[in-house]
Design a protein around this ligand. Structure first.
Ligand SMILES: Cc1cc2nc3c(=O)[nH]c(=O)nc-3n(C[C@H](O)[C@H](O)[C@H](O)COP(=O)(O)OP(=O)(O)OC[C@H]3O[C@@H](n4cnc5c(N)ncnc54)[C@H](O)[C@@H]3O)c2cc1C
Length: 418
């Protein structure tokens, strides 16, 4: 079996090998390039492929914390001309009283976050990766198996010129339907929400266009409307799995009517809608985020419903924390540092578990709370939204969480170098 050249037999081919070069794995490779770590990145699908699962037409709302992280990683200058700011987030329930507004001005910051197409962010990540001599990429190549061999983690590759690689630490970032998570012996739970997110670009009245993101709960499922340049917004319409095929087959006029009646006229009349994309919605959580000489990050650790726009933001915080734990290790021990030890994995796990639990719980509770049918529940939600809007402390805390600025912050999320 062919092996990659090794610089040091006892340390393996790489100090850190990342399986999955999507939004999260790609970001981690860039973060680690600034340390003295030998980094390998294996990605199954080329970044410019039409079937690349991480870089497609979905619009990602980046939190303020994510903006800071991407800025520190040198990615922001590559995407600055493709983002659109979010100044306010407006939350409401269809045909019910009670709304809540999170406002950047109230938080004393210029914007709560930004929106960008994931395809554009993916292009920027891989452009940056191409400029980094300390990151070796294998693409297209797939990690098909992993085991502990001679005290290191070895992986088997398919589709690359090398058939196996060894590493001190394997980072599994292969998405919610991760196969490698199971190969590490980590169990996971997968709850089907019975919903599909239908995503499309939608043209709103340019006179009413601005920088407000909307989240509206309807009996059929939540509708998110994210702002964009020239009034070209993105709609994310969650529908039941049974009704989604009908929605996907609707004519432009039919679906415009559907979105209009679910959302109302706050943004005037919707005049055009682009191609529709469907994403089945699940909550996938790994029972553990670490295994021997391995760590699971991003969607492979927590695959969320997009209702609260938290998935990538949460994964990017995994990146910033793991990067910091590893960078600190190299700072203290230099070349002797081993990033795959139990101590390192434990400090990462201790840091990340509470944030992950909070975000998973928050996202899931939104779906459950707004999914309870009937007038009493709906009145209760209306009161809760109205009360929430009037209680500055509650709003402040939720705003900080939504912006990715609550709990223990990484240096990158504070706008400092790794
Ligand atoms: C409709 C929708 C809207 C969303 N909106 C938002 C939002 O507004 N804000 C937000 O923060 N998040 C949002 N998300 C979530 C966000 O898209 C995900 O959290 C993010 O894509 C996760 O990135 P990832 O790299 O962990 O996983 P993925 O994006 O799934 O990438 C995994 C990568 O691993 C590769 N891979 C898989 N298996 C292997 C293997 N064996 N070997 C090598 N490579 C492999 C894949 O090809 C892929 O490139 C949204 C999601 C959806 C569906």
């Amino acid at each position: 079996m062919a092996r990659a050249d090794k610089s040091n037999d006892s340390c393996g081919d790489f100090d850190v090998l990342i399986a999955g070069g999507g939004l999260v794995g790609g970001s981690l490779a860039i973060a680690l390039a600034g340390t003295s770590c030998r980094v390998g990145l294996v990605e199954a699908i080329p970044p410019d492929s039409d079937v690349q699962p991480s870089f497609d037409d979905r619009t990602i709302a980046l939190s303020r914390g994510s903006y800071r992280i991407l800025n520190e990683l040198g990615i922001w200058p590559l995407i600055a001309d493709s983002v659109w700011p979010i100044h306010k987030i407006h939350v409401s329930e269809q045909k019910r009283f009670g709304t809540a507004l999170i406002d950047a001005d109230e938080q004393g910051i210029p914007e709560l976050g930004f929106v960008i197409k994931s395809r554009r962010l993916g292009q920027a990540l891989w452009q940056k990766l191409g400029e980094l001599p300390t990151v070796t990429t294998f693409c297209p190549a797939r990690v098909t198996a992993t085991e502990i061999e001679a005290g290191l983690r070895s992986v088997t590759l398919a589709g690359a010129t090398v058939e196996s690689l060894s590493t001190q630490l394997l980072v599994v970032a292969d998405g919610a339907r991760s196969e490698l998570r199971g190969a590490l012996g980590i169990q996971s739970s997968d709850r089907d929400y019975g919903q599909v997110a239908v995503v499309a670009n939608i043209q709103v009245d340019p006179q009413r266009a601005g920088c407000v993101a909307y989240e509206r709960f309807t009996p059929e499922g939540p509708v998110a409307i994210l702002p964009g340049r020239d009034g070209l917004y993105t709609v994310v319409l969650a529908r039941t799995s049974e009704s989604a095929p009908t929605v996907m087959s609707m004519s432009d006029d039919e679906i415009l009517d559907l979105v209009q009646s679910a959302f109302g006229f706050r943004l005037g009349r919707f005049t055009r809608i682009g191609q529709r994309f469907a994403y089945p919605l699940h909550l996938v959580t790994a029972d553990s985020i670490v295994a021997e000489r391995a760590v699971v990050i991003g969607n492979a650790a927590n695959g969320l419903h997009p209702v609260a726009a938290q998935g990538f933001n949460l994964g990017l915080r995994d990146v910033a924390s793991l990067g910091e734990v590893i960078a600190d290790g190299y700072g203290l021990q230099a070349a002797a540092f081993d990033p795959g030890t139990v101590d390192i994995l434990t400090s990462y796990c201790d840091w990340r578990c509470s944030d992950q639990r909070k975000v998973v719980g928050f996202t899931d509770s939104l779906i459950r709370m707004f999914g309870i049918p009937g007038a009493p529940a709906s009145i209760g939600r209306g009161l809760a939204l109205a009360a929430f809007d009037m209680v500055p402390g509650a709003k402040q805390e939720l705003a900080r969480q939504t912006m990715g600025l609550s709990g223990r912050l990484s240096r990158l999320a504070r706008g400092l170098p790794l």
